[in-house]
Structures are given as structure tokens and as C-alpha cells.
Write a protein that binds this ligand. Sequence first.
Ligand code: GUN
Length: 280
Amino acid sequence: MTAQILDGKAVGARIRAGLADRIMALPFRPGLRVVRVGEDPASVVYVRSKDRAAKEAGYDSETILLPEDVAESTLLETIAGLNADPAVDGILVQLPLPKHIDAQKVLEAVDPAKDVDGFHPVNAGRLAAGLPGLVPCTPKGVMHLLAEAGVKLSGARAVVLGRSAIVGRPMAALLLAADATVTMLHSRSRDIAAECRRAEVLVAAVGRANMVQGDWVAPGAVVIDVGINRKPDGKLTGDVDFEAASQHAGWITPVPGGVGPMTIACLLENTLEAALARRA
Ligand code: GUN
């Protein structure tokens, strides 16, 4: 079997075009502020992509740049200012933050109503409790891709590899909310390969290049690769051995061009959602 490709670039572009149409019809432009601290090379690229995509879709988007050695108190004051600004609907603080800053304290400083990353404990808690709220962009994007592949999640065996607060945990909550039977695997799990082989839907989000081998994938399974790992030659690769897994899977996401573009599309979706809720 050779898997069909789940093209996140195309799906993400379609979502962004739909958002642009909706925003054109609004009497206001949803406001997004992305805060970047320092010059982490990956963050520079990601933040630029987010800002560009937001502007293209008609958002009022600005990037706030703070120096690497900024005081934590200054960053918290910046966030307080954005919380209080009526033109701002969505706030995103790009991670990672420098070591001298308590990232959790910063994420908790964002008004949950403007928390378009869905990282505030209020939003994480609402998701865990099965309540509506702002949902982290990457797992939300994965749900769009699963819908695109026509996957019937109700009763399906879903395996989430990785338990991060940003992807694994919210991913499992979303799959559970869609009535899948969810197994979470992590660094202390036993028989990881055998557990993955039972998956009808396999989401890999561990950040270990090519960890998921071809024979970990059940025939016809849907494989979603959230990993973005840089190889020694500078090229990107996922958490899944793509070539080998493609011989077993029914659907598979490439890296790059799979989940990544969906994260940005969902950030814009969340920003519109936050704007409509705030301004209702
Ligand atoms: N760094 C890597 N991915 C993300 C993300 O989705 N949101 C934020 N804020 N920082 C990140």
C-alpha cells in the first residue's frame, strides 16, 4: 500500500482564504499581537510566517519584539497592556522564552479570552473538562486534517505519542471529545511499537527524528506527524520514517507541508473566534 498524502499546505491555504472572506465582511479587523523575545532562529521564522499570514487574510497584525535580556516584569507589563487594549483580540507569546523568564507565569498572564494559543490553564482546563474555549492551534489543525481525510473518529483506536502541554495532552482531549478510544504513550510507556501497531489513527508528537518505524504502522492507518526536527544537513524531518510508513499507512502527513501550515491557519481561526466572542 502507498499512503495518500494529507496536504496541510493546501488545506491550510483553503482555511485562510475562507477566513479572509469572512473578515472582509466584518465591520472591524481582528487584532493579533505576537510577542517574540530574543532571536531564536526558528522563532524568527515562525513569527514572520504568522504575521504574514495574518496580514494577508486581513487581520490587524503586529509583532512585538523584545530583547533577549528583557526583564520578566517588562514582559508581564507588555502583556498587561495588550490585555487592556480593546483593539487586541488575540495575544501569542512565542516559545521558547529565555531561561531567566518563567514561561508558565507569562502564559498565565495572558487574558484567557485573548489566549489564541490556548495555553492558559483556564483554556487547557476547559478543554480537559470537555467545555468550549480556545484550543491549541496544532492539535486543532490535526483535527481539521483528520476531517479532510474523512476519518470516522467515533470508536476509533487513536494513539497519541507524546504528552506535551502544547500538543499531546490537548490532542488526546480533542480525540476523546470526538469519541475516539485514546491511548497516550510517553517516555515511560512499555511496548510502544506494539501499542502504535494497534492504532487506526496515530499522532506522533515527540520531537525525535524518524522514531516511528514503518512496521509500527497498521495497514491503512492514518498517520499524523507533528514532529519538526532538523537533520545535520539542515533539512526538516518529522517523528515518522515517512518513506517506510507510507508503505503501510492509508493516509500520512509530510514534513514539511503537513501539520505546520495548519497551525498557522488555526491561529487565525482562533483569533477570529476570540474577536467575535469579545466583541459580541
Ligand atoms: N513555539 C513552537 N510552537 C509554538 C506555538 O504553537 N505557540 C507558541 N506560542 N510558541 C511556539
